[in-house]
Design a protein around this ligand. Structure first.
Ligand SMILES: Cc1ncc(COP(=O)(O)O)c(C=O)c1O
Length: 395
């Protein structure tokens, strides 16, 4: 067994994640080689905040969606010029704090006319020129209606302290259809062209959240190379010649992560074999894993070469009927104490679970550096305190 894995298994009785920096950097290089050279990358920190520092110099920007994400990036020493402060609700106090902070030189998105006005007011109050990316809606609660965004552009001269550097757009994650990319890019291209021809506004950039997909399950037919090739052709056909920055989370982060969990009980109930693990759906959320019917890529440590002999339903420790991680999974002979390793656990898996049910611990997190050094970046975290009532009399 790999020495790092041995170290972690020795330390951890319960589940843990590991993020591999070399795999992560290779993944970014892979995306860059498959995409047109003019495209830049912005890492969406929400996909996995733990890996942000590892790619400090690998992406041009970081999309930051909450005060918490900002604090993480700040603590990690991320250059504020690389930060895009995004998010549907921007706490006014936090935004004011950033605008008034002379050391902060990042970009702000505007998700609504109200957010845009707040930025206008604050830029004047503090006499600071602000770079702003209004977000165009994708017909959802996010972003600004096209007509309202046009009004912002039309009246831009009345806010000389605001520099509208371009437009942001994101419409969803795990997008596999080239047709959808075509529709979106054509829409964005003609919108940017309209801003130019009707309002003499030449957008400097388009920050585009592509929602590139990840292949999470066996027997899934995602041809990523073909998708990226088709996407590249669409980019090459655009009339828009400004900067294009792709805002990506999942597709950058997923492959660098693994999730390890121990089998803690085994039983057969009415002919169905159950393997109970010390983790579960509160730690491991795969997009599209409805009813646990799909089979993620996973292995039993040390038993790779053994031919599966039975089907297993792998269940977590949440005392919920829903806490089934995989159904009908072919596995070799397993026993209590065996460790399952789930692949592609680098994006959202560890943040989208229902972490507080049953007051169970959150797993430790490790990072393996490119040189093989192993770091623990979070110890096992007890959630008990969050569910423990503490009576404080209100007067
Ligand atoms: C505005 C925005 N940009 C980028 C992303 C990242 O999306 P993905 O992880 O699918 O690349 C998200 C995800 O929710 C988002 O809301």
């Amino acid at each position: 067994m790999d020495r790092n894995l041995e170290l972690m298994l020795k330390e951890q009785k319960t589940a843990f994640y590991i993020f591999d920096s070399a795999v992560l950097k290779k993944r970014i290089m892979h995306l860059r080689t498959r995409l047109p050279e003019r495209l830049e990358l912005c890492y969406a920190v929400k996909a996995n905040p733990f890996i942000t520092k590892e790619i400090e110099n690998e992406t041009e920007r970081f999309e930051i969606c909450s005060p918490g994400e900002y604090e993480i990036c700040k603590a990690l020493g991320i250059d504020s010029r690389k930060m895009v402060i995004s998010g549907i609700y921007k706490t006014p106090e936090v935004i004011e704090g950033l605008v008034s902070d002379k050391d902060f030189c990042g970009i702000f998105t505007a998700e609504s006319v109200r957010q845009y006005r707040l930025l206008c007011e604050l830029s004047e109050k503090y006499g600071r020129k602000l770079k702003v990316l209004p977000r165009l809606t994708n017909d959802s609660q996010f972003g600004i209606d096209p007509e309202e965004l046009e009004n912002i552009i039309r009246e831009r001269d009345s806010h000389p302290m605001i520099e509208i550097i371009g437009v942001q757009f994101f419409s969803g994650t795990q997008k596999t259809s080239l047709k959808k990319f075509r529709r979106e890019l054509e829409m964005l291209d003609s919108f940017l062209e309209k801003l130019k021809s009707e309002f003499s506004f030449e957008a400097g950039e388009l920050e585009y959240g592509t929602g590139f997909p990840v292949s999470y399950f066996r027997n899934e037919s995602l041809d990523e190379d073909a998708l990226l090739e088709g996407f590249s052709e669409l980019i090459n056909g655009l009339g828009f010649k400004g900067r294009i920055i792709l805002e990506i989370g999942r597709s950058i982060a997923a492959s660098c992560g693994k999730y390890y969990t121990h089998i803690v009980d085994i039983k057969s109930n009415k002919g169905i074999n159950y393997a109970l693990i010390d983790g579960g759906m509160h730690h491991l959320v795969y997009y599209g894993q409805q009813m646990a019917m799909k089979q993620p890529f996973l292995s039993v440590i040390g038993k790779d070469s053994i031919i599966p002999d039975k089907l297993w339903t792998v269940c977590g420790s949440l005392c919920s009927m829903n806490d089934i991680v995989v159904k009908q999974l072919p596995l070799p002979e397993i026993e209590v104490g065996d460790v399952l390793c789930f692949e592609n656990a680098g994006a959202y898996c560890m943040t989208e679970g229902i972490s507080l049910l049953l007051s169970r611990d959150l797993p430790a997190v490790y990072i393996i550096k490119e040189n093989g050094e192993l770091y623990r970046v979070r110890r096992t975290f007890e959630t008990l305190a969050l569910n423990m009532p503490k009576y404080e009399r209100m007067d």
